[in-house]
Design a protein. Structure first.
Length: 61
């Protein structure tokens, strides 16, 4: 199953490093989170949902 955060990133034509900058984290840290090796904090999740214009449920369901 492809994570919604990956789909949203690709729909918006962003690179992992672009989203890492939005979240103010290292690009390697973002890679781990996007690939399910680490979890997003609630603050990071909210920032992404606002940025992509969707709900947390849509992004992480």
């Amino acid at each position: 199953m492809i994570p919604q955060v990956l789909i949203k990133r690709k729909e918006n034509k962003l690179k992992q490093c672009d989203v890492a900058k939005i979240l103010h984290i290292d690009k390697q840290t973002y890679y781990l989170k996007e690939n399910g090796k680490s979890e997003f904090t609630i603050t990071e999740a909210k920032k992404l949902a606002i940025y992509y214009g969707c709900t947390l449920d849509e992004l992480f369901n």
